[in-house]
Design a protein around this ligand. Structure first.
Ligand SMILES: [Fe+2]
Ligand SMILES: [Fe+2]
Length: 165
């Protein structure tokens, strides 16, 4: 791998992380009663997202729909079958209850994501079904079509789910 390819991958990872970090900081700034700093964090986060996408595109990693779904399926599968099980063992060994909790939630939801992506890939050519998704704001549980009464992963009320149109 050339140094530039390595640099693009590192820049994609760094910008992606900055985007999520700034959005979390923006939420905190709003809660702390500073909407102007919240706006600045959201503005910078939007710019970092553009940088991240530019780097990913330059890497040639934005492909056609079927290939992108295959990459997503492999990534979700790796996370729920290898990465999170290993992390859960570490959290248990360290007695880190909070980490154990968020790893278990993520593992459960990555499994759902793999199935959703797989179903989308399987029906790519013959489905024109159209519907929204509902996301649990606590654990990320991803529910097609409707919000459940109660999150099956973490138990939060379905009224709090976020709709993705
Ligand atoms: Fe996922
Ligand atoms: Fe949940």
């Amino acid at each position: 791998m050339s140094k530039t390819i390595e640099d693009l991958k590192e820049a994609f990872a760094g910008e992606s992380m900055a985007n999520r970090r700034y959005l979390a900081y923006a939420e905190k700034a709003d809660k702390d009663g500073n909407p102007q700093v919240a706006r600045l964090f959201r503005a910078a986060a939007a710019a970092e997202a553009i940088h991240a996408t530019n780097h990913l595109r330059t890497l040639g990693e934005i492909q056609d729909l079927a290939d992108n779904l295959k990459v997503a399926i492999a990534g979700e599968n790796y996370e729920h079958s290898q990465m999170y099980p290993a992390f859960i063992e570490d959290a248990q060994a360290d007695g880190h209850q909070k980490a154990l909790n968020v790893f278990e939630w993520a593992m459960a939801v990555e499994k759902e994501h793999e199935a959703l992506f797989q179903a989308a890939l399987d029906t790519l050519k013959d489905s024109d079904d159209s519907y929204d998704y509902y996301i649990c704001p606590v654990c990320g549980h991803t529910h097609p079509r409707t919000a459940p009464d109660k999150c099956p992963v973490c138990g939060v009320s379905g009224a709090r789910f976020l709709r993705v149109h």
